[in-house]
Structure formats: C-alpha cells, structure tokens
Design a protein around this ligand. Sequence first.
Ligand code: AMP
Ligand code: MG
Length: 487
Amino acid sequence: MSLAPPTTVSLGDRFARELPELAVPWQAEEAPDPRLLVLDEPLAVELGLDPAWLRSPDGIGLLVGGVVPSDAVPVAQAYAGHQFGGFVPRLGDGRALLLGEIADADGGLRDLALKGSGRTPFARGGDGLAAVGPMLREYVVSAAMHALGIPTTRSLAVVATGRPVRRETLLPGAVLARVASSHLRVGSFQYARATGDLDLLRRLADVAISRHHPAAGQAERPYLALFEAVVTAQAALVARWMLVGFVHGVMNTDNMTISGETIDYGPCAFMEAFDPGAVYSSIDSSGRYAYGNQPVVAEWNLARLAEALLPLIDDDQERAVALAVESLGGFRPQYDAAWSAGMRGKLGISADVDDAVASTLVDDLLPLLTADHVDHTSFFRALGAAARGDSEPARLLFLDLAAFDSWVARWHALGPDAERMDRVNPVHIPRNHLVEEALGAATVGDLDPLGRLLDAVTSPYEERPGLERYAAPAPQDFGAYRTFCGT
Ligand code: AMP
Ligand code: MG
C-alpha cells in the first residue's frame, strides 16, 4: 500500500478509534488494471475532493483503496443482522471497507467506503469481489434516488479493476466508492448487543446520537430518543420509497441505516405496473420484501433495533420494553402521515380538502391501478395533464374506462394543482429495462447508454425532448424482471 500526498485528502479514523470492537483494520486487494468508469464530480466537490485529481492515477488509487492517505485507517466493519427473518450474529463487511471520514462542505462527517475491494475476515464463502454491472446499478439507482430527493447513500465512482470475477460467467470486476452520512445500521446495534458488552453498546449509541440525531442527546432518556429518531427517519424514508414505487428488495436489518438513508442497492427495482405484491429479487421467493410489505418490514426491523437498545433504555427491563413498545407505536402514524401527505402532493390536492375525502380517493384509486396493471410512474405524471384538462394520456393506461372516468371526475372536482404535481411526480426513473441495457453495454465496454440514462434520471422531474424513451415503460418482450443479490 503506497501513500498519497497527505495534502490531497484527509480521512478521519473516528469510527476505528471510537468503536475498535466493530472495526477490523484491513486493506484493499490490489486492482491490477484500474480504469475509472464513472465519477460523480458534483459529489466530489461537495466532499472537497478535486475531480481532476480523482481522475489521476493517485486519485483512482484512492477509489480502489490501493493508495490511501497516511492518516487513514481502513477497516472492515462488524455487524450482525436478520436476513429474511433469521438472525446471523456475525455478518460484517465481507467485501467492503470503510476508508474513513471526510469533513464535507457543510462541516458534517461523511463516510468514504469501498464495495468490492476484496475478501475481509467477514467474507465467509464469498470472494470479496463485485462485478461492473451491479456496482454500476448501485451508482445509477443511488444517483436517481438522490435526484428524486430521497435520502440515500451516494456513489462517488465506479472503477473497473481489471480483475475478472467468477459468477455464472466470468465478468469484469469493479469497486464502488460509496459516500454515506455513516454506515451504522440496525445490525451494528444487534452485533454490539450480542457481544454482551454494554459499554460498547453505549458508545455505539453515543456515536449514532452525535452523528445523526444530536437532539436525542438533550432528551430525558437519550437512548429512547435515539430510537424514536430512527423510527421517525425510517417512517419518512419508506414512505418516500412507496410514493415513487421503489422496491428495495433486501430489507434485512443489516441493510437498514440509523441515519435514515437508503443503503445497499442489490436486488432493488422500480415498480412499473402497480402491484402491492411486486417482487424482483430472485432470492425473495416468499415475497417478504414485496413492494406493499415494506412499511411492515421496516417496523419489524425497528423492533429488532429496540430489542438491541433495551439495556440502555432503562435498568428495569420490563419498563424498558414498555417504553420501547410505546415508541415503536409511533411508526405507523408517522408513516401514514408521510404517505398521505405525499399522496396529496402526487394528486395535487390542496390542504383545504378534507382528510377523509382525500384518503377515500386514494383508497379507491389503488385497486384500479392494480387491476389494470397501470404503470405507476406514467400514471401520476399523466395525471398532471389531466389536471390541466387533458385526461386522455392517463385514460389510455386503463382497461376499465368507466371506473377510470368516474374516479377522475371525482378527483378533478377538487381542483388539483398541476404544477405542484409535476414537481413531485417524476418523468424519469431508472426503469429496469433501461438499467439492464446500460449495464449490459458497460460490461462490454460501451459507456454511452449509461451516460444517457444518468442524464435522464438525474433530472427526474423535467420532460425533455429526445428523452421520450426514458419515460416509457418496458416493452412487452422485456418480460418478468428478476434481480440478483450479492453479485
Ligand atoms: P448484502 O445482502 O449484499 O447486504 O450482503 C450481506 C452480507 O454478505 C454482508 O456481510 C456482505 O459483506 C456479504 N457479501 C455479499 N457479497 C459478498 C462477496 N462477494 N464476498 C464476500 N462477502 C459478501
Ligand atoms: Mg448489506
């Protein structure tokens, strides 16, 4: 491992210093022939990194973990997690490294981490590697989520390593450089709790409070307040997913952050035809993480966080359980409020309209969308035109025209605000067939489709001439879409 000039970038080692029990110092595997595929220049600037330097051999060295500043202590993080409901006490970063923390332009700390940087002591049977396609998928989808205004980890860069990765076939390998407000997860707390070391659990909670939820530190019961802050952040986050039709695909507790950012874009997908049962992940055979289950799963995951925090909440464990249950009870009303407010925005319904009227309208709409397999994104955008008096684009999406006409007449009578709708109903989402097209081309060396897709999804609310195909659902022959995990 060689060292970059320390003036270029400074990486903190706060996680490694404050939580050594959760940090295994490690280094990235060498990338034989690193080539930068994509770099988020505005994000680099936000982090105080010079994009031109990041494109240089030293910069690319940092992005694959081969050249790190002298002050950095790269670590693999330990965490546990419930995977599809079953508890695994020791997961951890099997193919990821936290390089360290960067002070961003706002004075906050951001983690700089790598994914696909080689085996670590947590790798179990895995090869520690990642292929170009899945790392670019995380890059594209996280960029889209950020542009949609949804809290997410960010992707700074994807670098092809020059090392082949064995999956079903041999694929080109890559490393993703990921930026997050932190990588603390529900599973981090489960790990700390399972060690039985209460001092560690308390230090972890204190780090989470200071980094993400500082107001909790002032509360009468700081650790209960931390839990409540995570409940609030996750209720808001999952409501945003639901409003945009995002299916995370693998909501294990190790993939749920304490910050409230979306993390770990594996078998994720944006739903096209509205369907509460929509599942895309090839390994989610029971539909545990189906679109419509996401709020319930989030609540279940938060219950696991509460269990981990119990010893900090009150010395009397019965009392701690009662307090945690009461706080967890805040999830549903907060989720419902966020979702209802979001739906009002999507339908352009003003605050003057009675809650009961608005919610009946929504309740009557969803079965129509489901029955007619209506494209979620196209529908809400087309409804903007309907608010301006042209219902035809929306009407074309339905089979049961009488049901649509009757619903639209009720909705239109409320005087929907088309401009407000256009600000919240995206035109461009990373549609599955477009993502596959871009990833497939990039895997064989053609980055143009990726560039065009990124251009579309990073201006999600803007209709632009020439980008029509980025606004259309998949062609019929695209078939049932499946995504794969851990690849
Ligand atoms: P995920 O479901 O992608 O969040 O990953 C779950 C766990 O599997 C984490 O501990 C990952 O670090 C680990 N993992 C996934 N893929 C690999 C791989 N190719 N090599 C080593 N560990 C992996
Ligand atoms: Mg994960």
